[in-house]
Design a binder for this molecule. Structure first.
Ligand code: NAD
Ligand code: UGA
Length: 446
């Protein structure tokens, strides 16, 4: 079993930490945010993720500890995973958190008397580990990569909402190392994940696998959105029926051993809607485009994937204007503030540009999310919007109801709307509801 430190106890770092503890490793998580650290130390999850609190409670103080000190963590372990944020700053990937972590890790390695392996788990553009990260670690440690310390990249593929399951039962493990010794230490972390394909490669290839994976998902979503918009523009075509026909292809529907046909999981990225949000797809595609541009490549396809995505909130607003005549003075309920269901993460949520445009157009907005009202309130500080306690309160007296996030709870909407005196226009931004259940219904791709 390994002794591993993890820098950054966010969605990736904390999930990785408790899951590796569950697999039998000794884990020390380092978190610089004092409030988050205190919550974790008290055995509570600092964000909404199914099962996280329970697993944290099980291991905290035993195989899992949390500290503010990188120095202490590195000294007690043989491997450090960097899992800090890598935002897009509008022009390029912002590596400041990663490089600051490298400074602290390097300083600790300088004092240590044994070999230590540093691994980048954060999503970083290809070439970063053996470029900026290696240079910073060599500077701060006073040692050479390879001889003085090991180095690698181990991108993470978990999805928020199902993060623990994704980590415990991964579809692949990608490990990139600068040499065999680094790869061996990194591979030892995953020996208890039997049967999972392990891709052993160099750090830059590992980094590229992560971006290629996320870019493919984003491209499929934008493709579906473009087709859906064309269905609306032509008229008389429902994009859902079109996609049903597309999915029937044997490329997208697999036949099981018993002859039953089942949609391939990739089909879940062919759903037209309000656009992709979150802390990953938008920033990763943007960072890759910038990375390509800096090397003289146009990156036209992925650039357009982002352009199509940025237009999504506008499409919702156009449809509402068509349905309501004008937004001025209308009451609009916006359902779903998290960027996707089963999380309270509101980073890059498509709900925000929709709400801002509604308010600018003179509408009164009532917003509701089953778990993300509080972070949304902070993100929308200064915008005149009221937050409802529940679905019923959100839609009360509404002229229009917009579904932005595919929360299971919103499947109750037909009953809630049926009890209203005046039926509102329901705009289904995720096409998750039965259109026949509403007197006035519109949606993406109709
Ligand atoms: P996050 O913002 O939730 O967490 C990062 C944490 O690191 C924060 O709690 C922050 O306080 C802490 N931190 C920053 N610098 C630190 C330092 N020097 N010492 C100690 N703590 C420090 O970010 P996240 O969503 O977990 O993403 C982390 C990385 O993983 C990103 O590169 C992201 O692209 C990638 N990723 C994220 C997901 C996801 O679903 N969120 C999935 C796969 C990959
Ligand atoms: C995504 C990837 O799915 C993960 O594999 C990856 O590890 C992660 O990014 C990452 O690198 O951080 P995540 O952002 O948690 O995971 O969520 P997704 O389920 O991919 O959804 C992203 C966004 O796309 C959501 O806003 C969702 O509503 C939207 N989406 C998804 C669509 O609009 N249409 C679809 O068909 C699918």
């Amino acid at each position: 079993m390994s002794r591993v430190s993890i820098i950054g106890a966010g969605y990736v770092g904390l999930v990785t930490g408790v899951c590796l503890a569950e697999k039998g490793h000794d884990v020390v998580c380092v978190e610089s945010d004092a409030a988050k650290l205190a919550t974790i130390r008290a055995g509570a999850a600092p964000f909404h993720e199914e099962g996280l609190g329970e697993l944290l409670q099980k291991h905290i103080g035993h195989r899992f500890t949390a500290t503010a000190s990188v120095d202490e963590a590195v000294a007690a372990t043989e491997l450090t995973l960097i899992a800090v944020g890598t935002p897009f700053d509008g022009k390029t990937i912002d590596l400041s958190y990663v490089l600051r972590a490298c400074d602290e890790i390097g300083a600790a390695i300088r004092k240590a008397d044994r070999y230590h392996v540093v691994v980048v788990k954060s999503t970083v553009v290809p070439g970063t580990t053996t470029g900026a990260v290696q240079a910073q670690l060599e500077k701060s440690s006073g040692r050479r990569a390879g001889a003085g310390f090991g180095l690698g990249a181990n991108p993470e593929f978990l999805t928020e909402g199902t993060a623990l399951k994704d980590f415990m039962y991964p579809d692949r493990i990608v490990i990139g190392g600068i040499d065999e010794r680094s790869l061996e230490v990194l591979a030892a972390l995953y020996t208890a994940f039997g049967g999972v394909p392990v891709i052993r490669t160099n750090p830059s290839t590992a980094e590229m696998i992560k971006y290629a994976s996320n870019s493919l998902l984003a491209a499929m979503i934008s493709f579906s959105n473009e087709i859906a918009d064309l269905c609306t523009a032509v008229g008389g075509i429902d994009a859902l029926d079109v996609m049903r026909g597309v999915h029937a292809s044997t490329y997208l529907t697999v036949t099981n051993g018993n002859g039953a046909r089942a949609q391939a999981p990739i089909s879940s990225f062919l759903e037209a809607g309000c656009g992709f949000g979150g802390s990953c797809l938008p920033k990763d595609v943007s960072a890759l485009v910038a990375h390509g541009n800096a090397r003289g490549l146009d990156m036209g396809l992925l650039r357009e994937v982002m352009t199509i995505n940025r237009r999504r909130p506008g499409r919702v607003i156009e449809a509402l204007e068509r349905g309501l005549g004008t937004l001025g003075g209308k009451r609009v309920a916006v359902l779903g503030l998290a960027f996707k269901p089963d999380t309270d993460d509101v980073r890059e949520s498509p709900a925000f540009p929709i709400i801002r445009a509604l308010v600018e157009g003179g509408a009164q907005v009532s917003a509701f999310d089953p778990v993300a009202n509080a972070p949304a309130r902070r993100a929308l500080a200064g915008v005149t919007v009221s937050f409802a306690k529940n679905l019923q309160e959100a839609v009360e007296g509404a002229d229009a109801v917009v579904v932005v996030t595919r929360w299971k709870e919103f499947e109750m909407l037909p009953d809630v709307v049926a009890a209203m005196d005046r039926p509102p226009l329901v705009f289904d931004g995720r096409r998750m509801l039965d259109r026949a259940a509403f007197a006035r219904y519109d949606g993406i791709g109709l």
